[in-house]
Design a protein around this ligand. Structure first.
Ligand SMILES: [Zn+2]
Length: 208
């Protein structure tokens, strides 16, 4: 056995972050869910656009500002059309923009659920000594790397830690406690499986 089995994991967060808003209808701090719809005010030369959120309990609405008093000249017609037609890809992109949301709300709840698409880039399962996982994330997630690996590979987090301590698992780029931090775009995880009894099971789970 020699060589690497290189697999790309494309990770797509499933549930959009929810801002916590002081709901003036039902009272108290409540999570608001993205409706997937925009509100666009494009009457004059100035354009405002918001992504509409709704209280999970009472349906009260809150507007997440996307464009504010923007000059019509500065907006690409395709983008305006996407806003006006509630384009789902554009709504998805804004709904996962946690940084912009936090700037407007302060408190935002994030969800760790993701869908993972697995695709072999190089190597074969029979000859692989080292499993190499390349992570691709278009949107950020709060899901910790060890939880992602444990869930997808069906191995415990304590075993992941043991593999790391024995230097059979490495994370690139390296960082202190990288396993305990959220999974990041461009991360590569390498696991040396030569001496592991369940090598085939791990490789299958990884998508090989
Ligand atoms: Zn409410």
């Amino acid at each position: 056995m020699s060589g690497h089995l290189r697999i790309r994991w494309t990770i797509v967060p499933s549930t959009a972050p929810q801002p916590l808003i002081n709901c003036n209808r039902c009272g108290g701090l409540k999570p608001y869910r993205c409706s997937g719809r925009f509100r666009v005010n494009a009457n004059g030369k100035r354009i405002d656009a918001w992504l509409i959120y709704r209280c999970v309990d009472c349906d009260n609405s809150w507007n997440f500002g996307i464009l504010e008093r923007c000059s019509r000249r500065d907006i690409e017609p395709a983008r305006l059309a996407a806003l006006e037609s509630n384009d789902p890809v554009l709504a998805y992109r804004h709904a996962f923009d946690v940084i912009a949301l936090r700037r407007q709300v302060g408190r935002v709840e994030e969800f760790p659920d993701v869908a993972v698409r697995k695709e072999v880039l190089e190597g074969t399962r029979e000859s692989a000594a080292v499993l190499e996982l390349r992570l691709g994330l278009e949107m950020s997630t709060s899901l910790r790397l060890d939880r992602l690996l444990s869930g997808e590979l069906s191995i415990s987090r304590s075993r992941l830690q043991a593999l790391e301590e024995k230097r059979l698992l490495s994370v690139d780029p390296e960082g202190a406690k990288a396993l305990r931090k959220p999974a990041r775009q461009g991360t590569t995880v390498r696991i040396d499986l030569v001496g592991e009894d369940d090598r085939q099971a791990i490789i299958s789970a990884a998508g090989g």
